[in-house]
Design a protein around this ligand. Structure first.
Ligand code: AMP
Length: 106
């Protein structure tokens, strides 16, 4: 059974607004709606993978792409350092079941 599109899929499809700071064919980067740092961005793949547990070997390039984007996005935000978080599963504090990397910097 197909689950409901995540809120991030709806943002990617431009069905609901978001503050988009970067977009390419593989992912989108938006400002977190509830920032926990001066700069709090979410790097979100366009492919709707629910959690890290759901990654497949063919997702290796996509995940590598997102990792390489992190320092580029951080530099574009004039950060000389940043933290990353990936919440995984309910017990890992995940609220939106569509993989995303938090980028936090002050
Ligand atoms: P988590 O799944 O625990 O990594 O948390 C999901 C994150 O998405 C939280 O930091 C929320 O503030 C953020 N978030 C939820 N809805 C939106 C939205 N519509 N636009 C931007 N950020 C959102």
């Amino acid at each position: 059974m197909q689950s409901e599109p995540s809120i991030f899929t709806r943002i990617i499809n431009k069905e609901i607004p978001a503050d988009v700071v970067y977009e390419d064919d593989k992912c989108i980067v938006i400002k977190d709606i509830n920032p926990r740092a001066r700069v709090h961005l979410l790097i979100i793949p366009k492919k709707p993978i629910a959690t890290l547990f759901d990654l497949k070997p063919e997702d290796k390039d996509l995940m590598g792409h997102m990792m390489l984007l992190l320092p580029q996005i951080a530099q574009a935000q004039n950060l000389d350092g940043f933290k990353t978080q990936i919440h995984t599963g309910e017990s890992g504090g995940q609220e939106v079941f569509h993989i995303h990397i938090h980028l936090l910097g002050n």
